[in-house]
Design a protein around this ligand. Structure first.
Ligand code: CA
Length: 742
């Protein structure tokens, strides 16, 4: 039906698989430097006063965001999260003169996904490992820095890189959710913590990567962890005190206990205990609220998007079937109590990691002559949904890209019409989209002038396969059967089908007509989020390091610059002293960054360096962009000349893909963001036990796996990596090299 060359299953596998046992292996100079203080205080009284003024944000100001168009006060600029700015000094005519005003280097090498908050000329922005900076938005000068000191070991629980999507700023304070599940309130004047609370069960592999939102004095924060076994929820904390006010669970807990609330009573009926030992309430169930939220102040409704099942395979968590509410759903809650008002499930009985955590936009659209208050979402499953945000009623749903898993959405039931064979209990099933989704977390943007939604679309596929014995392994990736998958991939490679990378597009979508108006093909599959402005522009960046402005009406490219660093974060815009700026955090990363293993066009592959950089642009900006010096290891010395047992290596392939591939790359093809194990030094080859079990490199970010891997497992992983290293070395050094290469 479609060829594997179409989308690249290995890339997509990695795109989706991500779980890093790894952290930001620090840059050498950073590793040698002493531990930074938790907060570097602002140095002058003048800065302190400016910082205090900048953080003077509350619900009224966010509701009336258009009254201060030069600020970016909340995650999506407004509570409706349109990511549209009324600023227009930078426009179709002037954009050609856009240039770099300043650049700030974060001294991190993992992904940046942050949306900065900008107010009164101050920028509050986050980086990898949940670090926070306050910068002068006019110059890029650092005013303070806060490092929550997330333990490197926690990186192992981060399915999709050690990223962070931003802070919330409210009444003199800055709020950040940390990778290890804490919510920290910082004094906006100094960056010093006011309180620091845990939002999770610390025995479970929860993470926080999303930005908090603040509604009516409540800080709202969810979490990730669906790939490893967690129960998803959203919690509201008092912004003053950090006291927990309410918690909304997405999936039910132990069926022997009474459900926590009415929503859980509804949900419980849609899960099955079946006749096996596959118990969702022990595995966690999933549904993690790891990114999207929006708020309608008029209806006083909070909207959240929920994640995939944990495990992915429904037969492993709810063996008798069922819709498994509220997985992959949009849920409307009362913000003061967390009480559920309505829900809409995009993917009932999720089997494919089709989350509905993708960006939610609130807009008012004229549909069939009537002005409707709608909610827009393009979740992973490939359908673009227009939903009445007061009632949850489905207005329309159409595929915004190629999909194979469903024919359409039944407008009577609101459910997708699945194609035969998409559930993969009987045999492996290749589907578009894959777990990376047709659209991932990168925010889309809605421009009320054009009426179009700009979506960063991904075109990729995946082989879903069920383990023959329905094995469930706590703490590992219970996402597909890697033995079958590895065989299929290797068989493909043997036939010369090297899996190509996924493809990516900026697609302008008419949400009323439910059709594409224009699209731009990007160099790679994993690209930045979107910004659109009243200047008639759309801004987006690519994995290749090109950041560009397009005409919002027709997609004409009007301006571009090579930042020599890949992007996935969305751009924002603001003004200081009457001048308009565009800003974007650049550093490739996230699940797609770690997984872009077979894409030779990434800036990371080209320049061998992924140091985080925040760029600001203005009309007439004149700074030039330098490539960072390459840090990519070359395979200069041969791997150990040992004979590898192919059976052991095959066993290692499976263990590797369950535990390591997410960071180190599918088939060991690292994206370059973390070390390529095939190019390991002789010291590393000699210390596998000490590193993988003993945690010898945990400070550099390589976590210990001694709780889930045995010495025999490590032996098998080493056999696999060595076998592949020998093969690669032999291919690069045909005249010499090792004699045991397969
Ligand atoms: Ca997932």
């Amino acid at each position: 039906m479609f060829s594997l060359r179409h989308a690249g299953f290995a890339a997509v596998l990695a795109l989706s698989l991500a779980a890093c046992g790894k952290s930001d292996a620090p840059k050498p100079q950073a590793a040698a430097a002493p531990q930074k203080p938790a907060a570097a205080p602002a140095e002058s009284g003048d800065s302190v006063a400016r910082l205090a003024a900048a953080a003077n944000i509350d619900g009224d100001r966010i509701k009336n965001a258009d009254a201060s168009p030069g600020d970016w006060l909340a995650h999506g600029r407004t509570y409706g999260e349109q990511r549209y700015s009324p600023l227009s000094d930078i426009n179709r005519d002037t954009v050609k003169n856009l240039g770099v005003a300043w650049e700030f280097r974060t001294n991190t090498i993992r992904g940046l996904e942050s949306t900065p908050i900008v107010s009164d000329g101050i920028m509050f922005v986050t980086g990898s490992w949940s670090k926070v900076w306050a910068l002068d938005a006019k110059t890029g000068r650092q005013l303070w820095f806060y490092d929550p000191n997330v333990p490197g070991q926690w990186g192992r629980y981060a399915c999709c890189d050690v990223v962070n999507r931003g802070v919330a700023v409210w009444k003199g304070a800055v709020y950040v959710g940390t990778l290890d599940g804490r919510l920290v309130k910082l004094d906006a004047r100094t960056g010093r913590p006011i309180w620091d609370i845990s939002t999770i069960d610390r025995e479970r592999p929860y993470t926080i990567t999303g930005a908090p939102r603040i509604v009516k004095g409540l800080v709202l924060i969810g979490n990730g962890g669906g790939e490893y076994g967690t129960r998803g929820y959203l919690t509201a904390y008092d912004a003053d005190t950090g006291r927990q006010v309410w918690r909304f669970f997405v999936v039910p807990g132990d069926p022997k206990q009474p459900p926590e609330d009415k929503a859980m009573a509804i949900a419980m009926k849609t899960w099955s205990t079946g006749g096996t030992n596959h118990k969702w309430w022990e595995q966690g169930g999933g549904g993690n609220v790891w990114d999207s939220m929006a708020y309608d102040p008029d209806l006083d409704l909070l909207y959240i998007g929920t994640g995939n099942g944990s495990s992915w395979n429904r037969n492993l968590r709810s063996p008798g079937g069922g819709d498994n509410l509220f997985l992959s759903s949009i849920v409307a809650l009362k913000p003061e109590t967390g009480e559920m008002v309505w829900y809409y499930q995009t993917t009932p009985g999720d089997d494919w990691d089709y989350t509905a955590t993708q960006h939610i936009i609130l807009a008012d659209l004229k549909i069939d002559g009537v002005l409707r208050h709608v909610l827009l979402q393009a979740p992973k499953n490939g359908f673009f949904y227009v939903i009445d945000r007061e009632t949850g009623q489905l207005i329309s749903a159409k595929p915004y890209t190629t999909i194979t898993w469903a024919k359409g959405v039944d407008m009577k039931t609101g459910k997708p019409i699945e194609n035969p064979g998409v559930r993969y209990a009987a045999k492996p099933s290749i589907q578009i989209p894959g777990p990376i989704g047709a659209h991932n977390w990168q925010p889309m943007a809605f421009n009320p002038q054009t009426g179009l939604v700009y979506i960063p679309v991904i075109d990729g596929n995946f082989i879903y396969a069920q383990h023959p014995h329905l094995d469930y392994k706590p703490g590992a990736w219970n996402v597909s059967d890697f033995a079958q998958l590895g065989e299929m991939i290797q068989a493909g490679i043997a036939k010369g089908q090297i899996p190509p990378p996924a493809k990516g597009y900026i697609r302008a979508w008419d949400p009323v007509a439910q059709k594409m108006v224009w699209q731009v093909e990007m160099a790679g599959g994993w690209n930045s989020g979107m910004l659109t402005t009243a200047g008639g522009l759309v801004f987006g960046g690519g994995s290749d390091g090109i950041f560009a402005a397009y005409d919002a009406k027709d997609g004409n490219k009007l301006w571009s610059i090579d930042l020599k660093t890949g992007m996935s974060a969305p751009a924002i815009t603001y003004t200081v002293d009457g001048e308009q700026y565009i800003a974007i955090a650049a550093a490739f990363g996230g699940s797609g960054g770690l997984g872009a293993t077979s894409d030779p066009n990434t800036a990371l592959k080209k320049y061998g360096n992924n140091e985080g950089r925040i760029f600001a642009f203005k009309i007439g900006g004149t700074k030039t962009v330098q490539a960072m010096p390459s840090e990519a290891p070359a395979m200069s010395s041969p791997p150990p000349n040992e004979k590898v047992d192919p059976k052991l290596a095959q066993k290692g392939l499976v263990i590797f893909h369950q535990n390591c591939a997410v960071c180190h790359g599918v088939l060991l093809m690292s994206s370059g963001e973390v070390p390529d194990l095939r190019a390991s030094s002789p010291e590393v080859w000699g210390q596998y036990d000490a590193i993988v079990l003993g945690g010898a490199l945990s400070d550099a970010g390589m976590a210990s796996f001694k709780d889930i891997l045995t010495a025999d497992d490590v032996k098998a992983i080493r056999a696999y990596t060595l076998q592949q290293a020998q093969a690669l070395y032999a291919s690069q050094h045909p005249a010499g090299g090792t004699t045991h290469a397969p």
